[in-house]
Write a protein that binds this ligand. Structure first.
Ligand SMILES: NC(=O)c1ccc[n+]([C@@H]2O[C@H](COP(=O)([O-])OP(=O)(O)OC[C@H]3O[C@@H](n4cnc5c(N)ncnc54)[C@H](O)[C@@H]3O)[C@@H](O)[C@H]2O)c1
Ligand SMILES: CC(C)[C@H](C(=O)O)[C@@H](O)C(=O)O
Ligand SMILES: [Mg+2]
Length: 353
């Protein structure tokens, strides 16, 4: 098969972790006789520096022409520490999600047997966790009307959702639940927010179409607690953009590191695969960041993007083996154990494919 992949490395640790995923994808392609055509393009602060815009038209064209997009991370402290900056790397990510129609972001959380002790949470709480947070990605407060008034002394961001936006995300959530443990939890703040009440009403209306799915409705503040208290009780969670962003970083504590959390974004025009973490600027250029979130995102690309399940499973098996054998970066190494470099982990994975 010919695999045309757009490669958007981005900023900070983005290029380093993406490099390791490329090694692994190339090794898998070689083994299964696929041809990979990589096309790199600029995004984030790197694109601002080069052409003054975080998601240039040329990058969009590269993404549109590809079968899938593999994305690293964007963001730079010089923008994070300047609230008055008008052009920001994150705008590029949001523009890209909107223009590619990436409305559903699938963020799985699972535990790795060899890493159970890495989590600050107790073994009996997290063992057996296998949940998906399905985050709406092109609506809500991220894309609503915003601005300043009163000479800049009052600011507002608006959360807007249409019934159609909720339906398409929820439909995916019901379908995913059907293929899993048939449990769906709609996470909202319907006791306060009108947009959340539309979420609840819409999902309730859809229940009759999926009678086998057991649906629950929980408030986001309570879920923030239950997610770390009893994560294995969840199967598929559907939620709006901002709640999904926050809950998925929280869920990384269950797996043991932000460097382990992959995602796939299902889109109207193409699909995109990216770790959920950011550009981790403190680690940039040091060859210490964990590449597994990006490598596991590449596994999702094989399965969800290309329909190549065996290839995806091979990547996951080799990742599990690396964890079991302690071929891990410093975030997972534990006190007194050897920490491998980002590039060494990538080399080991590629050699063991
Ligand atoms: N999708 C994205 O591109 C994305 C996502 C989140 C944040 N950001 C941007 O990244 C920049 C930094 O943001 P932040 O510090 O809040 O979040 P971050 O995810 O970059 O880092 C938070 C913490 O998570 C851990 N971590 C993250 N990635 C890791 C990895 N691969 N290996 C090991 N540990 C890892 C580190 O302890 C780090 O301090 C900001 O500019 C932010 O806007 C981008
Ligand atoms: C960088 C930022 C815009 C982004 C988001 O909030 O969606 C990030 O936190 C993520 O989770 O991908
Ligand atoms: Mg986030």
């Amino acid at each position: 098969m010919n695999l045309n992949i757009a490669l958007l490395a981005g900023d900070g640790i983005g290029p380093e972790v993406v490099d390791q995923a490329v090694k692994v994808v190339n090794a898998v392609a070689h083994k299964f006789n696929h041809t990979v055509n990589w096309t790199s393009a600029l995004t984030g602060a790197a694109a601002i520096d080069a052409v003054g815009e975080p998601y240039p038209d040329e990058t969009h064209e590269v993404c549109m022409a590809a079968d899938a997009v593999l994305f690293g991370a964007i963001g730079h402290p010089r923008f994070d520490h300047d609230p008055k900056a008008t052009v920001r790397p994150e705008q590029g990510l949001l523009k890209m999600r909107k223009k590619l129609g990436l409305y559903a972001n699938v963020r799985p959380t699972f535990t790795f047997p060899s890493l159970i002790e890495n989590s600050p949470l107790k073994r009996e709480r997290i063992e057996g966790t296998d949940l998906i947070i399905l985050r709406e990605l092109t609506g809500g407060i991220y894309f609503g009307e915003r601005g300043r008034k009163d000479e800049g002394n009052t600011a507002f961001d608006t959360c807007t959702y249409t019934r159609e936006e909720i339906q398409r995300l929820a439909k995916l959530g019901f379908e995913m639940a059907m293929g899993r443990r048939k449990k769906l939890c709609c996470v909202d703040k319907a006791n306060v927010l009108e947009s959340s009440r539309l979420w609840r009403e819409t999902v309730q209306d859809m229940e009759k179409d999926f009678p086998a799915v057991e649906v629950s409705y929980e408030f986001v503040d309570a879920v923030a607690m239950r997610l770390v208290q009893w994560p294995s009780s969840y199967d598929v969670i559907i939620t709006e953009n901002l709640f999904g962003d926050i809950l998925t970083d929280e869920a990384s504590v269950i797996s043991g590191s932000m460097g382990l959390m992959p995602s796939s974004s299902i889109g109207i025009h193409t699909s995109l695969f990216e770790p959920i973490h950011g550009s981790y600027p403190q680690a940039a250029g040091k060859d210490i960041a964990n590449p597994l979130a990006t490598v596991l995102s590449a596994a999702m690309m094989f399965e969800d993007g290309f329909g190549l399940k065996e290839e995806a499973e091979l990547i996951r098996t080799v990742v599990n083996k690396s964890l079991a054998e302690g071929i891990v970066t410093e975030d997972l190494a534990g006190k007194g154990n050897k920490a491998y470099k980002t590039s060494e982990v990538g080399d080991w994975l590629a050699a063991n494919i």
